[in-house]
Design a protein around this ligand. Structure first.
Ligand code: PMP
Length: 722
């Protein structure tokens, strides 16, 4: 019997389970003590210790992470102590792993047969706990690191302020010695204080703008200071005139202060001249006003100051597109990141748009159910593909891009708590579209079945239908299916679709078939439609995209195709979202479709993209990066496991806490000159590690961009370890 094979999805990975017993460093499990009860006791002991440590360290990290300004808590997780915490946890996990391994060995022993079910049960329970704690450990480790960074920053600000206070003291002292008026003291002291508080404010805004009240308070303090600074500036025309005054022989101007010591005067002038050079002396009322305005903008752009964000969106992280797309320009890198075309649509499509725009009558609202011209050409073009006569009126709905179409479907069918099954990796917008409509995403990954360290086909990324079945509950309502697939490039076979369709039928699930790349598949594969399978039409809405089909991602027009009862519900929601889709571009799309039916546009496009695909594959082969050959869509997943990035590479905050693929993509954009997208964004947090070694490259780009990327990718060679 091999227990590792019978692990449930909640079990630790085989690599963790096979940690050798020799790893036990203290209280080694001696052979004589290797009895079942002894092992269980050990496991319970390690579990208890882990439970306590994980709770207490997470608490410390959370406290430190929240602290602002000067804080004692900041010291708790700095330096060695954070490493010690991490090591302690790691050691405990190792010990528990060894004990669980030993339990598995005992269960496996021939003398234990026939297998005692309660032992199996206990073993499984300890494995589950180990799995949970391993996950918890990863989270806690990340939190400890974040807390340490936070605490380091607090300390450096504290150090700065200490330095400034010293300067202020010197200023007081020297102005006292030189007999400068008490206003001067005040001026210098105030300047220093303002500067310190100002730095604190910056830091608080950067580090802790979660604390809305704190920002409000800081803003008021800043405003207050601005007023005081203005008053002071009026009193003192500036430090230059102060120096001038001091340089005029004092005795002449103040005959009654004959005892004034000239060396004090020199030292004071010297001091003022030195601090004038320091950046903080350049600090002026105008600068302060500027900062206040920046703070105001930040507050209103974050919208955290006065008006609380809804829980529906408050947890959204910065989306991957707005992190990586700007890097192309910033680092002058070839942009193979976001999936938009960096070439214009074909001339006949642009001409269609011109014609539509020039029609004076087509600039007002359209009917919510869409424009007749577009619906009828979609029905004509898609009827043969769906092997039925589509009714343009009730079975087709133009949408504001596939994106909005998806949103309308979720709005139309989800009630709070309804579960939607997503196949990982998935187009990242799905999650927000589901949760904003009260749904709960449930995940099941495609798993690469070949050796990902070699070139493989997207055909080898498989869905385990039993794993999918195990995710179905009484709350499951919809399964989202995507073929040709973004980002794997997989074109699902009829057999694979039939399995999904069978489950949908068995559990009465609705199917959303995202087929935005339906016109892009490569020989010998062809795109099949799940809606054509027996019984599937009645439960399926198929989603299409004009942006993908005609290279017009900015037009924001897509469509839904399905039975009347499903399309009617989506229309009902869509009418309350956008009311109708933009008028002239629906007309332009209708003209484009009509022409494409007769000018071989679809076949030619496949030819063009086949060529681009070859170009990018060759570039990856030349540099020695293994990849997945896509059967469809316009993305390639490349495996970067062999790329060794300098360990101490400095990443911006937005990248620091994200998985390895984010770091690889940032580093590649900056150092190699190629922008890619980290695919862990297309997984739930728990499964993000499955994507850590991959990057997604888009080839919907000009030859110039692809050639530049190929050239830049060569720079990777020196970082690749065979
Ligand atoms: N689904 C998938 C799988 C996609 O990749 C995209 C676009 N990247 C969309 C939907 C959205 O398409 P549209 O631009 O028409 O909204």
């Amino acid at each position: 019997m091999n227990n590792n094979k019978s692990l449930t999805p909640g079990s630790p990975s085989p690599a963790t389970l096979h940690t050798p017993l020799s790893n036990l460093t203290s209280n080694d499990l001696s052979t004589s003590a290797h009895s079942w009860e002894y092992l269980r006791k050990q496991a319970r002991q390690f579990e208890n210790e882990l439970e306590q440590k994980l709770t207490s360290y997470s608490k410390i990290a959370a406290q430190v992470g929240r602290s602002v300004g000067y804080s004692k808590e900041g010291e708790g997780a700095t330096g060695n102590s954070s490493e010690a915490m991490e090591l302690e946890l790691e050691e405990l996990i190792k010990k528990l792993t060894s004990v669980v391994n030993s339990m598995a060995e005992v269960v496996d022993r021939p003398s234990t047969t026939p297998t005692n079910p309660s032992m199996m049960h206990m073993l499984q329970r300890h494995r589950d706990i180990l799995y949970d704690y391993s996950k918890e450990f990863k989270k806690t480790k990340a939190n400890i690191l974040a807390a340490k960074n936070h605490s380091d920053l607090l300390n450096s600000v504290r150090e700065d302020i200490r330095r400034y206070s010293l300067l202020i003291k010197v200023a007081f002292y020297s102005s006292f010695k030189s007999g400068i008026s008490s206003e001067t003291d005040y001026f210098l002291g105030e300047r220093g204080r303002i500067e310190s508080s100002h730095r604190m404010t910056d830091m608080i805004i950067e580090q802790a703008y979660e604390t809305r009240e704190e920002i409000g308070r800081q803003r008021n303090i800043l405003l207050n200071m601005n007023n005081r600074m203005n008053r002071l500036t009026n009193m003192f025309p500036g430090i230059n005139s102060l120096i001038d005054i001091l340089q005029i022989p004092f005795a002449k101007k103040n005959p009654d202060m004959k005892n004034f010591r000239s060396n004090s005067l020199v030292s004071c002038v010297g001091f003022l001249a030195t601090i004038k050079k320091k950046p903080f002396v350049k600090f002026s009322s105008a600068l302060l006003t500027q900062r206040i305005m920046a703070t105001n903008t930040k507050i209103s752009s974050d919208n955290k100051q006065l008006i609380k964000r809804s829980d529906k969106i408050a947890h959204f992280k910065q989306d991957v597109w707005s992190i990586f797309t700007p890097l192309a320009q910033q680092f002058n890198a070839a942009n193979l990141g976001q999936g938009f075309m960096d070439f214009p649509p074909p001339d006949f499509v642009i001409e269609a748009a011109n014609r539509a725009i020039n029609n004076r009558n087509d600039h007002q609202y359209s009917p919510p159910k869409g424009r007749a011209n577009l619906k009828s050409i979609l029905a004509k073009s898609y009827s043969p593909l769906f092997k039925r006569t589509l009714d343009p009126d009730s079975e087709i709905l133009p949408t504001a891009g596939a994106n909005e179409g998806l949103y309308a479907i979720f709005a139309a069918f989800l009630d709070p708590g309804d579960e939607v099954i997503l196949i990982e990796p998935f187009f990242d917008q799905y999650i927000a579209n589901i949760t904003m409509n009260g749904g709960v995403p449930v995940y099941v990954p495609l798993r690469p079945m070949g050796d990902t360290n070699k070139i493989m086909s997207s055909r080898d990324w498989k869905l385990d239908i039993n794993e999918l079945r195990s995710k179905i509950t009484s709350k499951s309502k919809i399964i989202v299916f995507n073929t040709p697939h973004n980002p794997v490039g997989k074109v699902f076979s009829i057999e694979e679709m039939a399995e999904i369709n069978k489950l949908a039928e068995e559990f009465n699930l609705m199917i959303i078939s995202d087929e935005v790349y339906d016109r892009l598949y490569y020989d010998p594969d062809v795109h099949e439609r799940i809606a054509n399978l027996p019984g599937a039409w009645e439960r399926t809405i198929t989603v299409g995209s004009g942006g993908k089909t005609f290279g017009t991602t900015g037009w924001r027009i897509g469509w839904l195709i399905g039975p009347k009862h499903l399309i009617g519900a989506a229309l009902s929601a869509q009418t309350r979202i956008v009311f109708c889709v933009n008028t002239p571009l629906q007309e332009a799309l209708a003209i484009s479709f009509d022409l494409a039916e007769t000018n071989n546009y679809f076949e030619n496009t496949i030819g063009e993209y086949t060529r681009r695909r070859e170009k990018l594959m060759k570039a990856l082969t030349d540099v020695g990066l293994p990849y997945t050959i896509p059967q469809g869509s316009y993305f390639i997943l490349a495996n970067t496991a062999k790329v060794k990035i300098p360990e101490d590479y400095p990443y911006p905050d937005v990248i620091l806490q994200r998985p390895r693929d984010f770091k690889v993509c940032y580093w590649m954009a900056k150092e190699i000159g190629v922008v890619a997208i980290p695919p862990s964004e297309f997984y739930c947090e728990e499964n993000a590690h499955l994507a850590e070694n991959f990057i997604r490259l888009a080839f919907c780009k000009t030859d110039k961009t692809l050639d530049e990327a190929a050239k830049n990718l060569q720079k990777l060679k020196k970082y690749i370890e065979e």
